[in-house]
Design a protein around this ligand. Structure first.
Ligand SMILES: [Zn+2]
Length: 136
């Protein structure tokens, strides 16, 4: 007699399993479900099922290469969004002590001490100077 965990392991052998796209789909599934309890749309109800079936299909898929490609595509879209989000969180957290300005020459975001007035800043990345005005 094999226990459940062993059965599951042998069942999942050679199958794709869980990745970042799986977690993202789960979050999407959750948000749409909650949203749909308020508006009760039959289209959203259908969409919830599509997401759920897609999640299960990907997890159990034996085409590991294709699933990995899907996840990579997703990460290429998701990573810049995540980076932008964490920068914005940092901006808010350090609002009292620092200002963030983009270098007009190389587009690098610089973290500057909060000193009101006009300043000349030298970008550490491209070594070019530019003027910055900090209001408060
Ligand atoms: Zn620069």
């Amino acid at each position: 007699m094999r226990n459940f965990k062993e059965k599951l392991t042998s069942f999942m052998y050679g199958r794709y399993g869980i990745d970042q796209l799986y977690y993202a789909s789960f979050v999407a599934f959750f948000i749409v479900t909650i949203f749909n309890t308020i508006i009760g749309s039959s289209f959203l109800n259908f969409l919830v099922w599509v997401i759920l079936i897609w999640m299960i299909f990907r997890t159990l898929s034996r085409n590991i290469y294709k699933r990995r490609m899907e996840n990579e595509k997703f990460m290429r879209i998701w990573n810049p969004i995540k980076a932008k989000g964490s920068l914005n969180i940092r901006r808010i957290k350090e609002m009292k002590t620092h200002r963030f300005r983009r270098c007009p020459h190389c587009k690098t975001v610089l973290r500057l001490p909060r000193k009101s007035g006009k300043h000349t800043v030298k970008c550490p990345t491209c070594k070019q100077e530019f003027k910055v005005r900090v209001m408060l």
